[in-house]
Design a protein around this ligand. Structure first.
Ligand SMILES: [Fe+2]
Ligand SMILES: [Fe+2]
Length: 320
């Protein structure tokens, strides 16, 4: 079975799987709607801290001293916001793949509506509290969105479901840890609310991945392997991403250790990827390779921690 719609056989298999999974999508959409709580972005923004900026309103220009957040918190918030900002491209990708009809289409639109709150709420918070340079932020948004986003798993149904299962959880953790790191209780409260949405998105996709595993175990194992090997955050196309991600990793907001322990392993455990008994030779080969990839990631995470600890010790010594 191939689920890459770029070939005729893949298109047929993908369509068959879309039909097969539709009842699962419907059940999980209903489950999602029954547990998702309505919330309002405006209620999380401290409007009383806001005032006019320079420009047509003749207010006060932004200066770094006005921000209560440190540089790492600002970097992480900007990166998370730019990631949320690219929603039109994500919508395009999943609408192309899942379609706009039936339960799949209802999910696509509901998910898009929920994601739309995240960028709105975070931007309003950042501008009202003068946490970041509003001109640089808008230029970064224009730049980032003008490039658009093309998923590495574009038009591949199973790879995309596996990818979003990991990515929604990664985004949840990244928002939550950014909030914790910020030192501002209002920022923490807002990002915890956003993270709760991301968690429900993860649950939806993870349940779908589980059902896909049961329907096509070998194909899904190969897809999971591929996605774990090539995983990249959706914000990876943001300017200076490497420098920003190192800063975020060192601050403990998101790094390889978190990626391995809190994202990959919990999702894989939930879908019983490493314990399945329904695999054929293709699936068994992929699972064996997946185990090796996870071990290598774990080892890389350990090396990262050692380097980080050594760096912190050097700093402490220099400061002492
Ligand atoms: Fe989001
Ligand atoms: Fe999400």
């Amino acid at each position: 079975m191939s689920t890459d719609s770029r070939t005729a056989a893949g298109q047929a298999d993908q369509t068959a799987l879309l039909y097969e999974l539709e009842p699962v999508v419907e059940a999980n959409l209903n489950r999602h709607l029954s547990v998702a709580k309505e919330w309002f972005p405006h209620a999380y923004v401290p409007w009383s801290q806001g005032r006019d900026f320079d420009g047509p309103l003749g207010g006060e220009a932004w200066e770094p001293g006005q921000s209560k957040l440190d540089e790492t918190a600002r970097t992480s918030l900007i990166l998370n916001l730019l990631t949320e900002d690219n929603l039109p491209s994500y919508h395009h990708e999943i609408a192309l793949l899942f379609g706009r009809d039936g339960a799949w289409g209802s999910w696509v639109h509901r998910w898009t509506a929920e994601e739309g709150r995240h960028g709105t709420a975070i931007r309003d918070y950042l501008l009202t509290t003068r946490a970041v340079d509003p001109v640089a932020l808008e230029r970064a948004r224009m730049n980032h969105m003008s490039t658009g986003y093309v998923s590495m798993n574009s038009r591949q149904l199973v790879n995309s479901v596996a990818y979003v299962s990991f990515q929604e959880l990664a985004t949840r953790i990244s928002h939550r840890n950014t909030g914790n790191y910020s030192g501002d209780p209002l920022c923490e409260q807002l990002l915890a609310r956003v993270a709760a949405d991301e968690n429900l998105h993860m649950v939806f996709y993870r349940n779908l991945l589980s059902a896909a595993f049961d329907a096509a175990p070998d194909t899904v194992m190969e897809a999971v392997l591929d996605v774990v090997k090539r995983f990249e955050m959706p914000g990876a196309t943001v300017e200076n991403y490497t420098r920003k991600s190192v800063q975020i990793a060192l601050a403990g907001i998101y790094n390889l250790r978190i990626h391995h322990d809190e994202v990959l392993i919990p999702v894989l455990r939930h879908v019983r990827a490493l314990e399945r008994t329904d695999l054929g030779p293709r699936g068994e080969r992929a699972r064996e390779e997946l185990s090796g990839v996870l071990d290598a990631l774990d080892a890389a995470a350990r090396r990262f921690e050692e380097k980080r600890d050594a760096r912190l010790a050097r700093r402490a010594q220099a400061g002492a």
